[in-house]
Design a protein around this ligand. Structure first.
Ligand code: PEP
Ligand code: MG
Length: 595
């Protein structure tokens, strides 16, 4: 039929909704070319200052509302915009453009922002692009302020009936003002799961699909849409049959979600009594609480980049110690694996001069950078050592590719232990030091690594990226990026076997452990410590409690002989389908059978 369309994007906030589209074109206002005279320069600079001040007040207002409505972590989303408003380079440059080129403040700002954008776009990286949306949000507010065209928040005023908003992207400051009773869902052409607007949509409980490329152009005002934020599908002008299927799916998914809530306090043990350790991956100490509520039995990965990214000076020992202590105390009798700084690649702290690199992911990052910056690294190691008295804190090193890196870190740790002893500062000398297995080199030299490491944690995201030589963030390659490739499978199998033989715990902290087929595969490889994002824990537990470990092992030994990814997946899907309905899981899992 006519314009019926099915689009697959990125599932950004779960929920299934059906409703009319409201297409929002939130364009940057057009700035007229307007020359100013010498004697107007001062007044224009003053107008720029006033616009910044008014914008700052409005953003702070939105931030306060966000804090009240959603919580303080969500409110932090507006920090970078506030920082940008005070950015001395930005202010200096705009003022200079006004004075030197005799142009209006709005035009000068527009030019400076265009320069920023082209610098940022050159990186092409999704995380940087996410932040670009924040920059554009701020620019639009400032320019409207300067042009006197009013508050952009007015674009939401016309919504009277429940609609699904469709647009290129939604500014975080607008998304946060959405009313979930009138906005059924969000469908955007740009954005990723980690865009600020996606994070806010999840917090508001509004289903969202992002990264739909050009949907906004194809949809007309009032078109009926089906939006499945669980798998990332949008259907424009669905058939009667599709509407029926999605309504039924919505009911089944809701029942399933209720069942998952009940799982939080049940043991993660397979039907044939194989216990499994389920820990959580977290990015901020504050998330430890959510992890616990979701039934985590410890932290399998605390990323510590929050201490350095976006900071203007290196974090001090005391601040770090307090952060680590807080997480350790949340899980007193359970393991807390804290990973040392994994910066470089896509994450740049302000206080470091990161060299421009041809291949940042093969560059000066993580353990390589830490070993080259002993002051930064030793401060972190000391803070980590001190936190070992508050729980079972284990130190984990990222991106290890040579045993020397592990030996060098051990030496540094011993020296820091001596210094702490000399200073009379307590730590637990029995703490564990382990490594992430996320390079082929580490996997292939796992036996040598066991001489110096107390545990392994396989980072399947990077391991897959480096084994397949496929950028994990390149949307064009996403269908080829798969941890079910036989090469990745075999390296995981050999690493797990080596670790087991040496008596080391081998856990997993990559995304693979958050997918039903991944859990089945890992159980089959004999890996019984899994760490995933807190929200994925219930589904992972559901898999663990449904599939017998003996069955998983039998299927996986078959899959290990398979020549290609498709065969691996077919063997695993056939095996797991005896125990679970995959179509109910988040992510696009075998929907074809039921839809
Ligand atoms: C990984 O690489 O699998 C991993 C868990 O680390 P990150 O995603 O932080 O690189
Ligand atoms: Mg990694």
């Amino acid at each position: 039929m006519g314009r019926r369309l099915v689009r697959e994007g990125t599932a950004a906030s779960p929920g299934i909704v059906i409703g009319p589209a409201h297409v929002v074109a939130w364009e940057r206002p057009r700035v007229p070319h307007q020359a100013i005279t010498d004697d107007q320069v001062e007044a224009e600079v003053a107008r720029f200052r006033e616009a910044r001040e008014a914008t700052r007040l409005r953003i702070q207002e939105i931030q306060a509302e966000t804090s009240e409505r959603l919580g303080s972590i969500e409110a932090q989303i507006f920090e970078p915009q506030l920082m940008m408003l005070e950015d001395s380079d930005l202010i200096r440059d705009v003022e200079a453009y006004i004075g030197e080129n005799h142009i209006s403040a709005a035009r000068a700002l527009e030019i400076r922002m265009l320069e920023f954008q082209s610098e940022w776009r050159q990186t092409g990286h999704p995380m940087v692009m996410d932040r670009l949306n924040d920059l554009l949000d701020l620019e639009a507010r400032l320019i409207r302020q300067l042009l006197g065209t009013g508050d952009p928040d007015g674009v939401l005023g016309g919504i009277t009936e429940p609609v699904i908003l469709v647009g290129r992207d939604f500014a975080p400051s607008l998304t946060v003002q959405l009313d979930p009773t009138r906005v059924l869902g969000l469908a955007t052409d740009a954005g990723t799961r980690t865009s600020h607007s996606a994070i806010i949509a999840r917090a508001l409980g509004i289903p969202a699909v992002v990264g739909l490329t050009d949907l906004a152009r194809e949809v007309e005002e009032g078109d009926e849409l089906v939006l499945d934020g669980r798998v990332g599908t949008v259907i424009v002008l669905p058939t009667e049959e599709e509407r029926r299927i999605y309504r039924a799916r919505d009911v089944r998914v809701r029942e399933w979600e209720q069942e998952l809530v009940l799982l939080a306090h049940l043991e993660p043990v397979t039907p044939d009594r194989q216990p499994v350790l389920l820990r959580a991956n977290i990015d901020l100490p504050g998330e430890a609480k959510t992890a616990k509520e979701h039934g985590a039995q410890g932290i399998g990965l605390l990323r510590t980049e929050f201490l350095v990214i976006g900071r203007r000076s290196p974090p001090d020992e005391e601040g770090q110690y307090q952060a680590y202590k807080r997480v350790a105390e949340s899980f007193r009798n359970q393991a807390v694996l804290i990973r040392t700084f994994d910066v470089g690649g896509d994450k740049f702290p302000h206080f470091l001069q990161m060299p421009p690199e041809e291949n940042p992911y093969l560059g000066w990052r993580a353990i390589r950078m830490c070993l080259d910056m002993p002051e930064l690294f030793r401060t972190q190691l000391r803070a980590l050592l001190r936190s070992t008295v508050h729980g079972d804190v284990r130190i984990m090193l990222p991106m290890i590719s040579a045993v020397e890196e592990l030996r060098a870190t051990r030496r540094m740790l011993e020296e820091e232990e001596d210094r702490l002893n000399a200073d009379g500062i307590p730590f637990n000398p029995g703490y564990k030091l382990g490594i992430m297995i996320e390079t082929p080199a580490a996997a292939l030299t796992a036996a040598e690594m066991t001489r110096y490491a107390d545990f392994f944690s396989i980072g399947t995201n990077d391991l897959t990226q480096y084994v397949l030589a496929i950028d994990r963030n390149n949307a064009k390659l996403s269908s080829r990026f798969t941890s079910f490739h036989p090469a990745v499978l075999r390296l995981m199998a050999s690493t797990a076997a080596v670790g087991r033989e040496a008596g080391l715990e081998v856990s997993i902290c990559g995304e693979l452990a958050a997918s039903p087929l991944g859990v089945y595969l890992l159980l089959g490889l004999g890996i019984t410590a899994l760490s995933v994002g807190p929200s994925a824990l219930p589904e992972v537990k559901k898999v663990v409690r449904s599939v017998p470990a003996t069955d998983a092992r039998a299927r996986v030994s078959q899959a290990l002989e398979a020549p290609d990814t498709a065969t691996v997946m077919a063997i695993l899907e056939e095996g797991i389908s005896h125990w679970l309905d995959l179509s109910l899981f988040s992510g696009r899992w075998n929907l074809s059978e039921s839809e």
